[in-house]
Design a protein around this ligand. Structure first.
Ligand code: NAP
Ligand code: GLV
Ligand code: GLV
Length: 320
């Protein structure tokens, strides 16, 4: 019998994915719940020909050095800022991600966060459960209108466009800023490309969908927050370090921004102390792609990419 390829799986994935993985591969370590520490990561990778890692595993040059047999890393995420892709490339290790299958789930979650922030949904939930609710009240928990307001999108890629599509149901004009100029024939002609200044100054809700790179680190800082309307809300479901959290807290505390809906943080899972206490901030624990169906599809894509590389075929979702 031919030996099965050796695979390191950093985290326990949904059961249908684990079933396929156990049939097709020999695991170098028992997949765990919770992020592996560096020693466990290096141990798991030592004999591995392939790996499935998640966004919490930092794969840098040192980790790659400890993995001499590695041919492919399938990142269980569309974002791959956790991997030193240039070093992987230099070592001949293919890196893949999981685009498309998580686009709609992440766009849905972005809207959940936008609506929850504007209409103070978590505050309302806390009030009812606390037993302190005394009944309907004309001035209780008044929020902001969503319908008809302007939605600004920064990073008009797969998820940015899926978020924009949903704005139609809320009669919201969409304006966007993207680093490169996009071919208008690929976009809805109701979506207006705008300058950097205009997307910040002219939107009621600003939603971030750029990848985290050296260029987008603290893309939204003190200067950008000062351009936004004091009635505006910032929604971030991309990566925490795209926003300078200290500047965001200051802007909300000083009344320069109405609030923020956050799924991601600069130092996950740590929270900036200001974010913990501000009622105008809604916080979710990085749930963008967290539906069972999406998480199963992400796993299947990782398996397909790994099998392609090990069988000498091009990986469908190669990023490096
Ligand atoms: P994508 O299709 O590659 O879209 C990213 C867009 O951002 C592209 O249109 C890109 O355009 C643009 N962009 C890049 N750098 C920019 C800059 N400096 N300024 C303005 N625009 C810039 O990626 P996606 O599939 O939509 O995913 C986006 C990100 O969402 C991922 O990288 C990941 O971090 C995050 N995400 C989070 C969750 C979650 O659980 N919260 C789930 C899924 C994804 P050009 O490069 O052409 O200029
Ligand atoms: C999740 O954050 C992803 O990048 O897929
Ligand atoms: C509120 O419940 C209303 O009927 O306006």
């Amino acid at each position: 019998m031919v030996a099965l390829p050796k695979l390191y799986v950093a985290r326990l994935l949904p059961e249908p994915v684990m079933t396929v993985i156990r049939e097709r591969f020999c695991l170098t370590a028992a997949p765990q719940v919770g992020a592996p520490n560096r020693t466990a990561l290096r141990d798991g990778l030592r004999e591995a020909q392939a790996a499935i890692c998640t966004l919490t595993e930092g794969i840098d040059g040192d980790v790659l050095k400890a993995a001499p047999h590695l041919r492919v890393i399938a990142n269980y995420a569309v974002g791959f800022n956790n991997i030193a892709v240039d070093e992987a490339k230099a070592k001949g290790v293919v890196v893949t991600n999981t685009p498309d299958v998580l686009t709609e789930a992440t766009a849905d979650l972005t809207w959940a966060l936008l609506l929850a922030t504007a209409r103070r949904v978590p505050e309302g939930d806390r009030l009812v459960r606390s037993g302190a609710w005394t009944g309907w009240e004309p001035t209780q928990l008044l929020g902001a209108d969503v319908c008809g307001k302007t939605l600004g999108i920064i990073g008009m890629g797969r998820i940015g466009r899926a978020v924009a599509r949903r704005a139609k149901g809320f009669d919201m004009p969409v304006r966007y800023y993207n680093r490169t100029t996009l071919d208008p024939s690929t976009l809805n002609d109701q979506w207006r490309p705008t300058s950097w200044q205009e997307v910040l100054a002219g939107s009621d809700f600003i939603s971030l969908h750029v990848p985290l790179t050296a260029e987008t680190h603290h893309l939204i800082g003190s200067a950008e927050l000062r351009l936004m309307r004091p009635t505006a809300y910032l929604i971030n479901t991309t990566r925490g370090p795209v926003v300078d959290e200290a500047a965001l807290v200051a802007a909300i505390q000083e009344g320069r921004l109405a609030g923020a809906g956050l799924d991601v943080y600069e130092q996950e899972p740590a929270l900036h102390p200001g974010l913990r206490t501000l009622p105008q901030v809604v916080t979710l624990p990085h749930l963008g792609s967290a539906t069972l169906n999406t998480r199963i599809q992400m796993g299947m894509i990782c398996v397909q990419n790994i099998l392609a590389v090990l069988e000498g075929r091009p990986a469908p979702n190669r990023v490096a």
